[in-house]
Design a protein around this ligand. Structure first.
Ligand code: ADP
Ligand code: LRH
Length: 484
């Protein structure tokens, strides 16, 4: 096997990046060719993504990549649920909305009246998040002119290739996908008066999506016939595919803007208990189920940093984390899942209000605030993983923490201490690696999921955190915030 080079464009809520992976039998070398900020834009009608800017960032990254390597293929992934609509001419209708815009939440009750929560869960197995595609569509103003709905990675893939398709791992986050039959749900679409023709045919990770259009090849220097592969286009599915686990009894936390914490299963769990605990059954590669729950994640930190920066205060991560490490443990704790933390804006103020309302005092000092965020996240990680184990009857022997959060040593250590389990941290770019290895597998360079994971474990730098301290302190802390 000669090594081949694959490009992954990974769009995260905080940044987009293009990485090239050179993959061979015993080789996985990564180079980041481009990273660009992903800055949401507030318009009079709501909060949007800058879709064209993101596409431009992908093209810029591909141009840098193509200048250095002969790329065997390209794959696109991004966060879930958000979409663009195309009209009959294939033009984008409006600017895609950001999932943190409140329009989805405002439409939840109307959807519920047509489709009760219990029924919806039995079909989709999807956790309730107010911004799931199904709720956003109920508030959508462009439906009368829309002919095609494309989730964001499918939209970028469409702009690169001219083809349309709906990659299935991301389709499973919409609320329109039937977890039992593995297809779009006709009853859900009917209940919402949605035209089934809006939704393209499903693609699976590893499927050929198309080849780059001539003007794309000209703009990037990619070979004219370069294939675009449908990877696990939901970033979390790519990240879970890249968890370097060597056993079956592992849990994972894909930790970035969100912490997606849970287990990999063979089949969905659609019970009422699972629904009550709001666990999701989203799809992974090879038909696996990502049984997990969204924890609010490092958004709490990045949005606090943004607030401090706007005020001209200290906001650099290394210094903040140093101060948090020195701050008093368990001084103030929150439930990171509280809905008031979802929207953009002054997060330190909302944390302080939350603390005051629950009889605690959150000092203004940034070390204390960051400590509160990280301890609260560790508690939410623990709560979520323990519940996942309970609901599935599975044991957890180790926690793999991947994504940008794996670079946060304090958070890794706190998660190990809170769970009483070893935390294996890394890779930080798990999503891009999962994207690349699905392409390499389609290319015949890697055999299966197990081989992908072993290759990552052998080639990437991982750190192990053993649990320490008295777990009873964490039991008490969990009880304090209702996360026991
Ligand atoms: P997303 O894909 O959602 O944009 P990432 O997986 O890139 O998220 O993770 C971004 C987060 O990772 C940042 O908000 C930051 O908190 C954390 N992070 C990134 N680099 C570091 C670092 N060097 N030290 C500590 N934390 C880091
Ligand atoms: C993480 C993620 C997560 C979704 C959220 C919208 O980036 O894809 O899995 O719930 O973004």
């Amino acid at each position: 096997h000669t090594p081949a080079a694959f490009a992954a464009a990974d769009l995260g809520a905080t940044s987009g990046r293009v990485l090239v992976g050179r993959v061979g039998r015993d080789r996985l070398d990564l180079t980041e060719t481009h990273r660009f900020a992903n800055t949401p834009v507030q318009l009079p009608d709501g909060l949007h993504w800058n879709a064209l800017g993101l596409y431009q960032g992908v093209l810029d990254g591909l141009r840098e990549a193509a200048a250095r390597w002969d790329l065997a293929s390209v794959g696109i992934d991004s966060w879930a649920v958000d979409y663009g609509l195309l009209d009959a001419d294939g033009a984008l209708l409006g600017n895609p909305f950001h999932y943190r815009d409140p329009r989805g939440a405002a439409a939840v009750q109307a959807v519920r009246r047509r489709l009760p929560a219990r029924e919806l869960y039995r079909i989709t197995g999807l956790q309730h998040l107010p911004f799931n595609t199904i709720f956003q569509l109920a508030a959508e103003k462009h439906l009368d002119r829309a002919r095609t709905l494309l989730l964001l990675p499918d939209l970028i893939t469409h702009w690169l290739t001219g083809t349309v398709g709906a990659e299935v791992t991301n389709a499973s986050t919409t609320g329109l996908y039937d977890a039992r039959t593995g297809s779009w749900s006709a009853p859900v679409l009917a209940a919402l008066n949605l035209d089934p023709a809006l939704l393209p045919a499903l693609r699976r990770p590893g499927d050929h999506a198309g080849t780059v259009l001539p003007h794309v090849a000209a703009a990037t220097g990619l070979r004219p016939d370069t294939p675009v592969v449908a990877v696990a286009s939901h970033d979390t599915a790519s990240a879970v595919a890249a968890v370097p686990a060597d056993t079956e009894d592992f849990a994972y936390i894909s930790c970035g803007t969100w912490s997606l914490a849970g287990l990999e299963l063979d089949a969905p769990v659609l019970t009422d208990a699972s629904r009550a605990a709001n666990f999701t059954n989203e799809l992974g590669i090879d038909g696996t189920v990502r049984y997990l729950r969204n924890v609010m994640g490092l958004w709490l930190l990045s949005e606090s940093q943004r607030t401090w920066r706007a005020r001209g205060e200290r906001h650099h991560l290394p210094e903040l984390l140093e101060r948090a490490a020195a701050a008093r443990p368990f001084a103030a704790l929150v439930d990171p899942g509280a809905p008031e933390f979802l929207a953009p804006g002054d997060l330190p103020a909302r944390l302080a209000e939350h603390c005051a309302r629950t009889g605690q005092h959150l000092p203004e000092d940034q070390g204390a605030v960051v400590r509160c965020i990280l301890e609260s996240l560790a508690l939410a990680h623990r709560h979520t993983l323990f519940q996942a184990a309970h609901l599935t009857g599975r044991a957890i022997r180790a926690v793999h923490l991947v994504g940008g959060g794996s670079r946060n040593a304090l958070l890794c250590r706190l998660t190990a201490d809170a769970t009483g389990l070893p935390v294996i941290a890394g890779p930080a770019e798990a999503t891009a690696i999962g994207n690349i290895l699905v392409q390499a597998r389609a290319h015949g360079l890697v055999e299966d999921r197990g081989a992908m994971r072993r290759l990552i474990a052998r080639t990437q730098c991982l750190r192990r955190y053993e649990p320490a301290g008295d777990i009873r302190a964490w039991d008490a802390a969990a009880a304090r915030v209702g996360l026991a």
